[in-house]
Ligand binder design. Structure first.
Ligand SMILES: *Cc1c(COP(=O)(O)O)cnc(C)c1O
Length: 377
């Protein structure tokens, strides 16, 4: 029996056609027709035309902070329950992260706790945080309407880390299109892949032009190389973008399959006394279920980590939920506004194999193994 992985790259069959085109035309560089085509396909899909394709999701978050002028001395609020790539770019800019815990319905940043944090930072430093980074974890939309409302009250721009949330919607609107900037990732384990890549969703064509300028070494328009700003080498290569074009052709299928896998798990564990599959909190939320996640109740005979280890022995890869940033050594000095939720989820939760290339048989193998290790009684 093959090992079952958490989330593998899933080629759709069209990638090679676009790569062959790129090679035939010698567009093996970080600019070219496939980068433009990939941006166009993303923009059409998201109904948000000002998109810049970049070398990574992390680069997209970094450039969002560059565009917002984040600098040393600034504080940036960031969801604590996330992958470190949401927060590291704050340090790249020499700014100071302030972590805010999650609320239980979406597992994303708690808007009311965020509001208290903003007020408390102002009381302590005399300044409001310079930006907010909200994340749609595991594809579940954050409470964006409330987050944007609070951010607007204090005039703070919002960056949406939608790395895990391509195709997720809130009230019918795509994740990544609520904030001033939205970021996507096309790493190998995400909804679609360019083998490595990302994108920044911008509010205007001027912003997108400026992002492109920073992403391509901030070269001024002169006949010689002339620089007034620090630039970055963050543009997506044309060959990677060609893979992305092929992936866009199967995006809907991949999304449907991730959601179907979530349905299969949900039905299987619907009446399990110790296992709860994470669901959309209401009809307004439409997660892509990038990863199906479960939490174990306190009465469970096994802990999440014991379940992970026992599944690994059966060739099934799972992963504990993200360990919150406010308990990561690298961010030990950062201020944090906590309520216990992310630490509780970290101790009780597990991500199940969810890749769109998984077969029904493989998903059933996972379900049978979990029921063996954690029996209903
Ligand atoms: C994957 C991911 C990123 C980083 O994207 P890369 O393309 O790997 O740089 C950022 N934030 C979250 C929440 C992610 O899951």
């Amino acid at each position: 029996m093959n090992d079952i992985k958490l989330s593998l790259p899933h080629a759709g069959g069209h990638e090679k056609k676009y790569i062959d085109e790129a090679l035939a035309d010698n567009w093996i560089v970080p600019l070219g027709p496939h980068v433009n085509l990939f941006e166009k396909k993303l923009g059409d899909y998201l109904d948000s035309p000002f998109i810049v394709a970049l070398s990574a999701g992390t680069a997209a978050i970094h450039l969002a902070l560059v565009m917002l002028g984040i600098k040393p001395g600034d504080e940036v609020i960031c969801q604590s329950f996330t992958f470190s790539a949401s927060a590291n770019p704050i340090l790249y800019q020499g700014a100071t992260p302030v972590f805010v815990d999650s609320e239980p319905t979406t597992w994303n940043i708690d808007p009311e706790l965020m509001r208290s944090a903003i007020i408390d930072r102002h009381a302590k430093t005399g300044r409001y945080p310079a930006a907010i980074i909200a994340v749609h974890l595991y594809g579940m939309p954050a409470q964006m309407n409330r987050i944007i409302e609070i951010a607007a009250e204090f005039g703070i721009p919002v960056v949406e880390d939608a790395a895990e949330a391509l195709g997720s919607t809130l009230g019918g609107k795509f994740c990544g299109t609520f904030g001033r900037y939205g970021t996507l990732s096309f790493n190998g384990n995400k909804i679609i892949t360019t083998s490595g890549g990302g994108a920044l969703i911008c509010p205007t064509s001027e912003d997108a032009g400026r992002v492109l300028f920073y992403a391509t070494q901030a070269r001024e328009n002169r006949p010689y190389y002339y620089h007034e700003h620090v630039g970055y080498n963050y543009r997506l290569s044309n060959v990677s973008a060609a893979i992305g074009c092929g992936q866009m052709d199967v995006l809907e299928e991949h999304l449907a399959r991730r959601r179907r896998i979530h349905d299969i798990y949900s039905e299987a564990f619907a009446s399990h006394p110790y296992i709860r599959v994470k669901q959309n909190p209401s009809a307004e939320f439409n997660s892509n279920f990038w990863l199906t996640t479960i939490t174990l109740s306190n009465a469970s005979p096994v802990t999440a980590d014991q379940l992970r280890i026992a599944l690994a022995e059966r060739g099934i890869e799972t992963r504990l939920l993200w360990r919150p940033m406010h308990i990561q050594p690298v961010f030990a000095d950062a201020a944090a506004y906590t309520n216990g939720i992310s630490e509780d989820l970290f101790s009780r939760g597990l991500c199940l194999p969810s890749g769109s290339s998984l077969t029904d048989d493989e998903v059933n193998r996972v379900i049978i193994a979990i029921n063996e290790i954690c029996p209903e009684k």
